[in-house]
Design a protein around this ligand. Structure first.
Ligand SMILES: *Cc1c(COP(=O)(O)O)cnc(C)c1O
Length: 370
């Protein structure tokens, strides 16, 4: 049996006709940049998340960079980010000229440890940039409390958590703004790179629109030095159509995670594998299904030999990458992230995964350890 890590073809097949005809429309009308398709997606995505506005951008990294930039974050500033995240979170901070300060995750849910955030705040700290890693919400109420006490901006990196909730509230509505990636493999994926920032602050929305379009202001011409980080219309069309299926796709991911959990609990490797934790009261959307295991690299190779795609997110926590070695983080500075980087393994996870495929994954893990 073959179990790919992810299946990008299935969601396209399911909506092929409507996607093809919408794309044909774009080609016929040559409306490549801007226009009503972008606006429609922005409105629909903002309403799905529960914010008043959304600014469509070219990718998730630009979403983060533009947001930090328009908030005035720059040289000499510090921004607190999780040690275990995709490097883009930290890159956006560095690209602004500011310094990322890495905070270890809590071992109980892999999300940024709020108690440690407090200890990492200095006179230079301007913002907190939590990530909802693997689709599991960070503890936003606690993070907002720290931010309020210390007068810091909060920006959510929701690139892995489209539609995840804390109680009934969707992540992305807690911070001043939230940044999304629509990289094809994300829960809501485009046909290439795309991203968005959502916010309920009209001033911030306007500044973002200006910044991502060469600083062009509707009244004042090129009012600031901006950049080009616009989403192309083609991606907005694809995303708007796929958004209709997002809630259902997320629900299927959750069901698949429950099936894996149940199969592992009943398996002979129940005591060797740590299945993904869920903090009480949250609804994760399982962008990834990440287990902890010993002999991770050997297990991954064995799965590969048996037709199963598995990934590692991430094999080096950001402070331990070569890109960030100049900051001098030692293993004991972020011990949880340091330990996790050798133990985590992401198993196949996508909405269309079947029970038979998951059974095969779990029996193959059992076979490896027996
Ligand atoms: C994917 C991702 C990004 C960056 O998004 P791109 O669209 O690839 O630029 C940022 N943060 C996290 C946590 C991500 O997973």
């Amino acid at each position: 049996m073959q179990v790919p890590f992810i299946d990008l073809k299935a969601p396209y097949k399911a909506q092929k006709e409507e996607i093809d005809s919408a794309l044909q429309d774009i080609l016929t009308n040559t409306a490549f940049i801007g226009g009503p398709r972008i606006t429609a997606f922005e409105q629909n995505f903002a309403s799905y998340i529960g914010t008043s506005s959304c600014v469509a951008v070219s990718n998730g990294t630009e979403a983060l960079f533009a947001t930090l930039k328009v908030l005035g974050i720059g040289c000499g500033d510090e921004v607190i980010v999780p040690a275990n995240t995709f490097i883009a979170t930290a890159e956006a901070v560095s690209l602004c000229g500011a310094t990322p300060v890495f905070v270890d995750p809590s071992p109980s849910d892999y999300q940024i440890d709020v108690a440690l955030i407090k200890r990492s705040i200095t006179a230079k700290t301007r913002a907190l940039l939590p990530v909802h890693l693997f689709g599991h919400p960070a503890d936003m109420p606690a993070i907002l409390e720290v931010a309020r006490a210390e007068n810091l901006f909060v920006i959510e990196d929701a690139a892995q958590a489209h539609g995840a909730r804390i109680g009934n509230r969707t992540v992305g509505t807690y911070g001043l703004a939230a940044c999304y990636s629509f990289y094809p493999a994300k829960n809501l994926g485009a046909f290439g790179d795309a991203g968005a920032v959502v916010t309920s602050h009209p001033d911030l929305e306007e500044q973002l629109r200006v910044f991502i379009n060469h600083g062009r202001h509707p009244e004042y011409g090129h009012a600031v030095i901006g950049t080009n980080a616009r989403m192309v219309a083609l991606q907005a069309i694809v995303l708007d159509l796929k958004l209709r299926n997002l809630a259902e796709a997320n629900e299927k991911r959750r069901q698949n995670a429950a099936t894996y959990n149940e199969l592992f609990a009943a398996s002979s490797v129940a005591d060797r594998i740590v299945t993904p934790p869920e903090r009480e009261g949250v609804t994760p959307v399982y962008h990834l299904y990440v287990i902890q295991t010993e002999r991770r690299d050997e297990l991954r190779a064995f799965l590969g030999e048996n037709g199963i795609g598995a990934g590692i997110h991430y094999d080096q926590a950001v402070p331990y990458t070569r890109a960030y070695e100049h900051l001098g983080y030692k293993p004991e500075d972020c011990p949880v992230a340091y330990r996790l980087q050798d133990r985590i393994l992401s198993l196949p996870m996508f909405p269309e995964l079947t029970r038979e495929q998951m059974e095969y994954v779990v029996t193959t893990v059992e076979k490896f350890f027996s």
